[in-house]
Design a protein around this ligand. Structure first.
Ligand code: COD
Ligand code: ATP
Length: 201
């Protein structure tokens, strides 16, 4: 392979995409976290102005930054509202992903690049990935995990119904990593996967 391998991470909400991405960092990967870039997009002055114009000042916190909880409660209940937000921030996120991809590809420290993006297949960001990994955990496991961060089962459902169905994501992946409490160690599964793909001896 004459370019840096890129692995895309998808899966249900709370399945463990970030956890698996961190395990890949320990195996020499450099991480692009699309959720984090999405949060930075909300802080960009031009985007912020457009967001205020589109949703009104009610979505702001007292300090003038976006209240993500409030904006989330609007956009995950109404696809038209979500599209309004996406039309502002997705082009910005895509540009940022492209820049980081270029940097990491040229960085000898990065043995592979990891793109952790829940809406990878919806946005077409998978186009830059050599392999897609689907992280799988049961709904009850995922509900327990997101509860710990203050989300209800309804929050999980609203967000997940804004995305491609899990069966579609899984069917489009090159491999599945099981991440329920009784699943084998994440690092063991990853090492065997990377060997299968010829990315590691
Ligand atoms: C609506 C916002 C403000 C809510 O912020 P909040 O901190 O509550 O959630 P966070 O950003 O951490 O997202 C958590 C999860 O929600 C889901 N999610 C986020 N954005 C989207 C979206 N546009 N479509 C479907 N699901 C989404 C993902 O599974 C994500 O992992 C924020 O998600 C946002 O700005 N989204 C638009 C940008 C985007 O698409 N980011 C996701 C890149 S993967
Ligand atoms: N194998 C595991 N063992 C124990 N806890 C785990 C495991 N995998 C994930 N978790 C925990 O579950 C929670 C959700 O995991 P994580 O943030 O990795 O999921 P995610 O798929 O990235 O979530 P989101 O869809 O919201 O981005 C975290 O608190 C994490 O520490």
């Amino acid at each position: 392979m004459n370019h840096k391998p890129v692995i895309g991470i998808v899966g249900g909400i709370g399945a463990g995409k970030s956890t698996v991405s961190q395990a890949l960092v320990k195996l020499g990967g450099c991480l692009i976290d699309a959720d984090q870039i999405g949060h930075a997009a909300l802080r960009d002055a031009e985007n912020l102005q457009k967001i205020i114009e589109a949703f009104g000042p009610k979505i702001l916190k007292e300090d003038g930054s976006v209240d993500r909880r409030k904006l989330g409660s609007i956009v995950f209940k109404d696809p038209l509202e979500r599209e309004k937000l996406e039309s502002i921030v997705i082009p910005w996120i895509s540009d940022e992903i492209r820049l980081r991809m270029k940097d990491f590809s040229a960085n000898p420290v990065c043995q592979m690049v990891i793109l952790d993006a829940a809406i990878m297949l919806e946005t077409g960001w998978n186009g830059v990935c050599d392999k897609i990994l689907f992280v799988e955990a049961s709904l009850s496991t995922r509900e327990k995990r997101v509860k710990a961060r203050g989300w209800s089962a309804e929050d999980l459902r609203d967000r997940e119904s804004s995305q491609l169905p899990l069966e579609v994501k899984k069917a489009r992946a090159d491999a599945v990593l099981a991440n329920d409490p009784d699943s084998p160690e994440i690092s063991t599964q990853l090492v065997s996967l990377l060997k299968n793909w010829g990315w590691r001896r």
